[in-house]
Design a protein around this ligand. Structure first.
Ligand code: HEC
Ligand code: HEC
Ligand code: HEC
Length: 423
């Protein structure tokens, strides 16, 4: 009797599981969109193309879709994730290896739902969880811009992902849990510029892809929007009310920093933030202003900072002090103007921030000018400082310029940065 009842329960459970799996397969399945003849270049007007170019700059498309030394938009750049490496694809309108046969509908489905033309789910290393906010006009302009680029024949290398993450259909489960489809819904309580800024920053600009922390499945934690995240071994500081910046940010400072890549009270954009600001330099100025106004509002009214450890009496650290005096002071005494001179390190969030990651990376690798126009230059010290010296120097900078409680885990951060090497 007992076993009979158990068996009935087991059979029912199997049915439930079976329906669940079948339902998931139906949900996960996406149809292919038939290949289309590419639109002719003169089917797009100049204004649409100009808008498309600005959107591509706001979306950092070229940054991710260009391999080091490769052709623009031809893909093949490794995008590191905690799960493995995913290569960006060729988004030039090449007919065989690019998106030349993608109709506007296919392009829009990729941008808004993360599904490619053939119906395969795309990895969220491609920030479609942000691009989904795009409105119709902007999406059409971006399509026009991409379809009028120079076609390049190129195939990206295979992704390096462990089983089962290399199975694309499981991304349907990820989407079910974490993905919310757009387009952007304006907030009626806010004005037009705020809404424009929110649309751009959270959509095409995907600021949260780096500045919002992620959960163990790689999805941004919505309740911690802009609370600080990771990007390519760098820490992307909090840009909400948790901001650790010594000088409070405001909309003007944000606008200058985003557009020019530096601000005299905040230093310069480096690591993965450097290409973001280089791209924003060619976006529409009113768009960057809207983003700045929105981010300033998310940061809230500046509160006078409590300097918890006000550097009145920093612990003695002769090694650190000596290293600072010989290796850093001449450039960072704040007398040489930015962007080629160094800021006083009190102004750098690298010294006041939550983790020592960026300070260690900047010291080890230095800062190099971007290709093209000259940029800020600082030598790297990876070859001249031992790990012990680097730890003393980092603790010295924190205590004397950060004016915040000492960091824990400096030693392991140094080890991790060393093992990653320069990038
Ligand atoms: C953070 C890096 C990153 C940025 C920024 C980015 N992409 Fe991508 N994109 C990727 C990666 C990685 C893939 C491949 C995803 C995969 O294989 O599942 C991809 C895939 C795509 C695809 C699908 C192509 C195909 O052949 O399957 C399209 C279309 C695309 N991106 C367009 C864009 C556009 C347009 C922009 C700018 C608005 C952009 N991407 C910005 C990383 C990025
Ligand atoms: C040859 C001049 C030079 C030397 C030497 C130098 N720096 Fe720099 N450093 C710069 C320049 C230029 C910048 C970019 C402008 C800026 O952000 O201050 C920079 C940027 C930085 C930043 C990022 C500041 C920000 O914008 O948030 C940190 C942190 C930093 N340096 C620390 C150091 C430390 C520590 C040393 C000593 C080991 C050092 N630097 C030595 C020139 C120098
Ligand atoms: C690819 C990753 C990435 C993206 C996308 C990105 N950031 Fe950043 N951002 C960083 C990193 C890393 C830093 C820390 C290094 C530095 O200060 O430049 C940073 C620094 C900043 C800072 C300086 C904060 C401080 O306290 O010093 C601001 C402001 C900022 N980002 C705003 C933005 C905005 C607004 C966007 C969207 C338009 C954005 N970022 C997009 C990675 C990113």
């Amino acid at each position: 009797m007992k076993t009979f009842v158990t068996r009935r329960i087991v059979i029912r459970l199997l049915w439930v599981v079976g329906f669940g799996v079948a339902g998931f397969v139906v949900y996960a399945w996406q149809s292919a969109i038939p290949p289309a003849d590419p639109p002719s270049a003169d089917s797009f007007d100049a204004d649409t193309l100009r808008r498309g170019a600005q959107l591509a700059a706001l979306g950092d498309c070229a940054t991710c879709h260009t391999a080091p030394g490769g052709e623009t938009f031809a893909g093949g750049r490794p995008v590191p994730t905690p799960f493995g490496t995913i290569y960006s694809t060729n988004i030039t309108p090449d007919l065989t290896t690019g998106i030349g046969r993608w109709s506007r509908a296919a392009f829009e489905r990729a941008m808004r739902e993360g599904v490619d033309r053939e119906g395969a789910h795309l990895y969220p290393a491609f920030p479609y969880d942000h691009f989904t906010l795009l409105n119709d006009a902007d999406s059409a302009a971006l399509y026009a811009f991409m379809m009028t680029r120079q076609p390049v024949e190129a195939r990206p290398p295979e992704n390096h992902l462990p089983f089962p993450l290399n199975m694309r259909f499981i991304l349907a489960g990820w989407k079910l849990l974490f993905f919310r489809q757009g387009p952007y819904q304006p907030d009626a309580k806010q004005d037009g510029q705020w809404n424009r800024g929110a649309y751009l920053a959270n959509g095409i600009g995907h600021c949260g892809a780096c500045h919002t922390p992620r959960n163990s499945l790689g999805a941004e934690i919505r309740t911690r929007h802009f609370a600080g995240g990771e990007a390519e071994g760098w820490y992307a500081y909090a840009i909400n009310s948790d901001s650790q910046s010594y000088e409070a940010w405001n909309a003007d400072a944000l606008h200058t920093f985003l557009r020019n890549g530096w601000h005299e009270q905040h230093g310069d954009a480096h690591g993965p933030m450097a290409p973001v600001s280089q791209n924003l330099a060619s976006a529409a100025d009113s768009d960057v202003q809207a983003i700045a106004a929105y981010v300033a509002s998310v940061m809230g009214k500046p509160v006078p900072r409590q300097h918890d450890n006000a550097a009145a009496d920093p612990p003695s650290n002769d090694t650190g002090a000596a290293l600072y005096a010989t290796s850093c002071a001449s450039c960072h005494d704040g007398t040489r103007p930015l962007p080629f001179g160094g800021v006083k390190l009190t102004l750098s969030t690298a010294a006041t921030g939550e983790t020592p990651t960026n300070l260690i990376k900047v010291i080890l690798d230095g800062l190099h000018p971007p290709e093209g126009p000259a940029g800020a230059i600082m030598p790297g010290f990876s070859g001249t400082l031992t790990d012990g010296q680097l730890e003393s120097l980092v603790s010295y900078v924190r205590a004397n310029f950060g004016a915040r409680p000492p960091w824990t885990g400096v030693e392991s951060s140094v080890r991790e940065a060393r093992s990653r090497g320069g990038d």
